[in-house]
Structures are given as C-alpha cells and as structure tokens.
Ligand binder design. Structure first.
Ligand SMILES: [Zn+2]
Length: 436
C-alpha cells in the first residue's frame, strides 16, 4: 500500500513540476511523532516531498539520497500544525488595525498555528489576506472563513455586521446575509460561495427549520454548516438535529436546561459590547444544571451525529465562577464522547509571545477537561474536521500536507511544553521560532 501511495505521489510531483512549484525534499530524523489521532510513534524519520508527507519509518531504516535536506531532530517531538477554530481577525482589521492583524498572522505561524477558521468578518479582507499568505508574500496560517447569517432584527442592529460590510452595506454584502422565511436559499448560498467562504455561520434569530434548509443547501453546494449551539429562539437540541457540522460556544448548552427559555431572548444582538454576557447567559444561571436529562440528551445527540463542539473555553478563563460551570459542562460532554475543537474567539495582547490558543489548550488540560493527548487531537485533527479538510490536513500521516510543528519537550508530560516549539513547517515552508 505504501508503495502505491509513493508512486501516486511521484506522479503528482511530476505533474506539479511543470507548474513551476519548487521541488522540496526534507527528512525530519529521529523524531517522536504525536500524530493528532491519539498515537505516539517513537523514533521515526518523517519524509516530506514537495510539501507532502510521503513516509514515516523507523529511524535509520530507509535510504537517504544526497540531494535531500536532513534535519537531525533526535528526541524532539513532531505534531500536526495547530488549528485555531474560532477567530475574528476580520473584525480586528475593521475595528482596530490591519497592522495588528499582520502581527497576529506572524505570531500564529511562528507559534505553530498553520490554519485558522475565521468565524465572521469581512470576506474581502479574509480572501485578500489568504491570497497573500498562499503566495508567501506574508507569513501566516491558511485561512478558511465563514459568511455570517442572521435574522432581520439582528442584522439591523449588530454593530459588527455594519463594520464587516463597510462601503457596501449589510443589505447587499453576500458574506453577511439576512435570513427570512421566504428567501431564495439556493441563490443565497451560491452568493456565499462566490465570496470564497467555505462555510456558513448561523448566528441568531433563525428558526431550526430554516437552519436545516440552509444546512442542506450548503452541503449540496459543498459548504460546511457552522452554527452557534443556541441560535435563538430554539433550543440547542433542535440546532444539532438540523444537521449542522459544528456548534460553537459552551454557553449554548445552558439553554437546553428546561428551567431556562431561549425563546424569550430573541433577537440576540450586539448593539454594544458591554451587554454581550447578558445577551448570551440565562439571567437565572443558578438554575442551570448539567445533570438535567435534557442536557445529557443533547450531548448524546451530538455524539450520534458526530457534531463537533467548538467550545471557545477562552471566553470563561477570566471569570472563576463561569469557568467552573463551563468546566462542568465540558467534562460531562467529553465523558459522553463529544469531540471538541479549540477555538478562542479572543486575542490576548500582541506583546505576549504566544497567541490565545495556547491559553485555551492549557486551560482545557489544567481544568481536568481533556488529557494532553485529547487536547492535541482537538487542536489538530478535530480542527481539520471542523473545516472539512481532514483528508489532507490535521494529522501527521502519509499522504497528508506537511503542516507540522517540532517541539523540544514532550507535551504529553506537560502541555505547556507546546511553548518549547522550535520549528513550524507549513506546506514544506520552514519557520524557525528563533526568527520570530
Ligand atoms: Zn465568535
């Protein structure tokens, strides 16, 4: 089987070389591979040809031609590139500065973040930035972005949508869509596709039956369906049953508790950022209890449907009380078998050496929610699944794109060893941490 794959890769290389792409051979020698799918493979040589992982063999067991670049990394740890599954750099560019965003792109890539999922911003900026990065004109991760969908009242009031559609307006921008019962859904999804978004994000004020119709059409046209776990007015179980691929935010699960009522909260809007927490948490939070059978039913439905939970744990890190509730919910869901991705929905200060994703990953382990191995899966393979690129990205396996990081110490012993990163490899391109 490995031979067949190698032959296919060679054919691929020959085809590619005509396109003027640089031919690259690289061997990472003597590394311990943590593959992103819960396996640790000690002492391997990882062979990369033209940005694709072509072989993972016992160290020293293969023939190495002279032309190959060999990195002797004996005892180091290789992981898949990290995936930030919830960010809004597009908002940052609109409300703060593009310079800050370029610094974030740089910090991300030198910290091993090779892919980000942008969850609602200005598609013009996202596709422009993505092109510059793809051409190696700017260092940064690959960008996959969403179009934002919401009910009419939300779209009228939400400051962020007004920012994200500057110069064209909320009514006309195809990457921000107002959802109504009588709309032409096929046309609307086709317009989203035209922006180069790869997913729709359902935000607030959309009934579950419409979420289902939008999701079915998105899938038909090759897009992913991403949604808040509670979209209002319906309960999260209805959103999961509508068939979305990924649900966002831990707080969404609170609204499954029969003691709280999401229908009284429509529409959920951000007329200012100060009221954000009031808008998303039930006012009678003390009544919310993860032990409620209906909440457990929600988790079971997520497991049965393979729905990924983009938990944005970072939102709770700064508030001890909320953090405890979040942790209770997530421990319970993880025990049931729900898969999480690591998205932060937040930027720490740009002067910090590592992005907010590191805080999210460490907190999920330190609060006893995921093991080191599980959080690595969440930040790599499950992250790739949120975007739908798991066949080509998200793990260190033969045939996958060579997006990887090299660490000096083992993150399985101590998750903070992620900070011992020495190298990021993205599509065969090397970013040495010492150059950051
Ligand atoms: Zn968000």
């Amino acid at each position: 089987m490995r031979k067949i794959v190698s032959i296919l890769v060679m054919v691929f290389l020959i085809c590619q070389s005509g396109m003027g792409q640089e031919y690259q051979d690289l061997i990472l020698k003597g590394v311990n591979v943590i593959d992103g799918r819960n396996n640790l493979l000690p002492n391997r040589d990882v062979v990369i040809r033209n940005s694709i992982i072509t072989e993972i063999i016992e160290s020293g067991s293969g023939y190495i031609p002279d032309s190959v670049m060999v990195l002797d990394l004996k005892g180091k740890f290789v992981l898949p590139g990290l995936i930030e599954s919830h960010t809004h750099f597009g908002m940052r560019e609109r409300f703060e500065s593009t310079e800050l965003t370029e610094q974030e792109f740089r910090r991300w890539i030198y910290s091993g973040v090779t892919t980000v999922r942008e969850m609602g911003g200005d598609a013009r900026l996202s596709s422009y930035d993505n092109r510059l990065i793809a051409r190696n004109e700017m260092p940064g991760p690959d960008i996959y972005f969403a179009a934002t969908l919401g009910g009419p009242d939300m779209m009228r009031k939400d400051l962020r949508q007004i920012g994200a559609t500057q110069g064209i307006g909320v009514k006309k921008a195809p990457w921000v869509q107002t959802i109504t019962n009588d709309m032409d859904i096929a046309n609307s999804i086709a317009q989203v596709k035209g922006t180069q978004a790869t997913g729709i994000k359902m935000y607030a004020g959309i009934h579950a039956d419409l979420i289902k119709r939008l999701t079915d059409e998105a899938h038909k046209q090759g897009l992913k369906s991403w949604s808040h776990l509670t979209v209002f007015p319906d309960r999260p179980l209805e959103v999961v049953k509508a068939g979305v691929d990924v649900v966002t935010h831990t707080w969404g699960a609170f609204w499954q508790d029969p003691n709280v009522d999401p229908s009284r909260r429509i529409p959920f809007t951000h007329t200012s950022f100060e009221n954000a927490r009031d808008a998303i948490f039930p006012s009678n939070m003390e009544k919310v209890n993860v032990g409620e059978p209906e909440i457990q039913l929600l988790f079971e439905e997520m497991v049965n449907r393979n729905t990924i939970w983009d938990v944005t744990y970072s939102i709770a890190i700064g508030n001890l009380k909320i953090r405890e509730v979040y942790a209770d919910f997530l421990r319970s869901a993880s025990d049931k078998g729900v898969k999480f991705s690591t998205g932060t929905d937040w930027f720490n200060d740009i002067s910090e050496p590592f992005p907010s994703l590191y805080e999210e990953i460490e907190a999920l382990v330190n609060d006893g929610i995921l093991t080191e191995m599980q959080v690595i899966e969440a930040a790599t393979f499950t992250g790739a699944r949120t975007i739908g690129i798991e066949d080509t990205h998200g793990s260190v396996e033969v045939g996958k794109v060579a997006n990887m990081i090299v660490l000096n110490a083992s993150p399985l012993d101590d998750i903070s060893a992620l900070k011992s990163i020495m190298l990021t490899i993205k599509k065969g391109q090397l970013y040495w941490r010492k150059d950051y």
